[in-house]
Design a protein around this ligand. Structure first.
Ligand code: ADP
Length: 559
């Protein structure tokens, strides 16, 4: 701005100076031109009187530089006859002069009595003024004088003009520089934080008022923006899902705490490339797919958990401006899917074995290939396989009921009574295996689904008998404490090796498949127990030692 003011001032000064010079020179030139013209006219009149009085003698005396005559050699007199013949000339011998009848001032003087004209030299630096008047005898007397033209004047004065110009430019530069600084200084010291408190220039008041208004608007917009950002942070901060917002170039604009935990980064990754957060090729491909096609997704493991990443393009006025990434923890879902797949495969397998046994036996019977005495064996095989199928299907139905989490009617159930009923039901098979089964404890009421709870106790007692040894024992005890109702089933059986103890609650898992099958096990018993305990918000504890026995305790909230 300082430079602009300086330049403008300098140009104005230069223009004023140039205009002044032109005007002054023009006026002076006009003035002195007029003076010269008047002098010329006076000289002509004087000479005309002299010629009329003394004829050619007067002119001769003039040209002889007679000191009595005040006649400057700068003035030239020419006497021309009526036919244009030059009769006398003060500067050139008449013999050398051509006929002047064609000269404009001569022609007009002959016509009008008086005339004037101007003629320029070839270089345009000189011009000659002519004044002519007709004498009484019809001849014409002409006076002429040379004069410098405006151009000659300017060229002649070029040096002083240049000196004046340079001096004026130097002076103007100094003054313009100072002035520009003086004008700009108050502008530079304006307090824009408090625009209305400035009194630099009156002309700036509307501008300062406008700045004040705009500051107010900007502050309000900033407050609104900050409130929105806080709101956004609050919402995304409490989200369980990870949220990352990327710009068009793939730089992180925002990342919520859940996403920071997923990728193992902190907020310092904001404004950095997303590659610093995750540089797997699958993720880069998903980001590119979101930008190009509008959507990208991938699934991968992070920190031992499985995540589903969904990426969507953010559009503004039809153009892609970024990508929003959502990370969902799908570990449970993936586990459920996996176990469902395994379950289906296991169910098919488990159903197929007894069915094949039934089919084989029935085919032999149908074709009459079985001897009379073998019929009880094959019909027994069919019976046992069918019973196994029924047990299997019952267990599957119970598991699916528990999986669905059906809200069945709860009632107050005495755990001791259930334990005694289950022990009674198993007494026959226990005796067959020479296993003593006993129930001790006190009546403890819990709120639950009777059929489920009975099945839980029955399965635990059944295992204690099934996986026992001859002359072993199975003890069931029921007690109530501050923590809840505790059912403990203790046996002196074969025990469970430590490496399998965490797996026996899985569906279809058996430590010894042939033993389990031989005793009619489906591999679903403990899985059903686990679900029933979870259904009743209880906990289960297992302690087992190979060849010594197993203790399984179930703690359930008391009614
Ligand atoms: P199953 O129908 O085969 O009994 P469970 O789910 O009830 O299936 O039990 C799973 C496996 O755990 C059994 O096959 C068995 O190997 C083992 N198991 C369960 N209870 C006991 C126990 N009291 N003593 C020893 N092993 C047991």
């Amino acid at each position: 701005m300082t430079r602009k003011i300086f330049r403008s001032t300098l140009m104005v000064a230069a223009a004023v100076l140039a205009a002044s010079l032109v005007i002054v020179l023009g006026c002076l030139y006009d003035y002195f031109g007029a003076v010269q013209e008047n002098q010329l006219k006076d000289k002509l009149r004087l000479a005309a009187c002299g010629v009329e009085e003394s004829g050619q003698d007067y002119l001769k005396r003039l040209s002889s530089r007679d000191s009595r005559y005040d006649w400057s050699p700068d003035y030239r007199l020419t006497w021309v006859s009526t036919d244009g013949t030059v009769l006398f000339d003060t500067h050139v011998p008449v013999e050398e002069m051509e006929n002047h009848a064609g000269r404009i001032e001569i022609k007009e003087a002959l016509l009008n009595g008086e005339s004037s004209s101007v003629r320029y030299s070839d270089t345009l630096t000189q011009r000659t003024l002519y004044y002519a008047c007709a004498l009484d005898d019809g001849t014409v007397l002409r006076v002429s004088a040379s004069q410098a033209t405006e151009l000659a004047l300017v060229l002649g004065m070029l040096q002083p003009i240049l000196i004046i110009g340079i001096l004026a430019v130097i002076l103007s530069s100094i003054l313009a520089g100072r002035m520009a600084k003086r004008i700009v200084r108050p502008l530079n010291s304006l307090d824009l934080d408090h625009p209305l408190e400035n009194d630099a220039y009156e002309e700036l008041t509307p501008l300062l008022r406008r700045i004040h208004q705009q500051r107010g608007q900007i502050s309000a917009q900033l407050r609104e923006l900050r409130a929105k950002t806080d709101e956004f942070d609050q919402i995304t901060g409490h989200m369980g899902e990870g949220l990352v917002v990327l710009d068009r170039e793939g730089c992180v604009l925002s990342i919520n705490p859940a996403a920071q935990a997923v990728f193992g980064v902190d907020r310092s990754c904001i404004r950095q490339s997303f590659l610093t957060v995750d540089r797997t090729p699958e993720m880069s491909q998903a980001v590119r797919a979101a930008l190009d096609e509008g959507h990208g997704s991938m699934r991968s493991q992070r920190n031992g958990r499985e995540y589903q990443f969904d990426l969507s393009r953010i559009e503004w006025s039809g153009a892609a401006v970024g990508v929003v990434l959502l990370a969902f923890d799908v570990t449970e879902q993936a586990d459920a899917e996996r176990s469902r797949r395994e379950f289906t495969a296991n169910v098919s397998h488990e159903l197929k074995t007894p069915l094949q046994s039934i089919l084989g036996s029935a085919e032999l019977l149908k074709n009459g290939l079985v001897k009379q005495e073998d019929i009880p064996h094959f019909s027994g095989l069919i019976y046992r396989s069918a019973s196994r199928l029924i047990t299997l299907v019952d267990d599957i139905i119970h598991l699916s009921q528990l999986d669905e989490g059906a809200a069945l009617a709860r009632e107050s159930v005495d755990l001791l009574e259930l334990a005694e009923d289950a022990a009674e039901a198993l007494r026959g098979s226990a005796e067959k295996k020479r296993v003593r089964i006993s129930v001790t404890g006190e009546p403890v009421q819990i709120s639950g689904v009777r059929t489920f709870l009975y099945e839980m106790v029955y399965n635990l007692c059944d295992n204690a008998v099934k996986y026992n040894v001859e002359n072993g024992s199975a003890e069931v005890s029921v007690s109530g404490s501050g923590q809840g109702a505790v059912l403990t089933v203790r046996d002196t059986g074969i025990g469970i090796p430590p490496e399998y103890q965490s797996r026996i609650f899985e569906r279809f898992f058996r430590v010894d498949k042939s033993r389990s099958k031989a005793s009619g096990g489906t591999g679903l018993g403990l899985s059903i127990v686990k679900h029933i305990v979870q259904y009743h918000h209880g906990t289960i504890d297992l302690q087992s030692e190979v060849e010594k026995g197993t203790v399984i305790s179930v703690t359930l909230p008391q009614a």
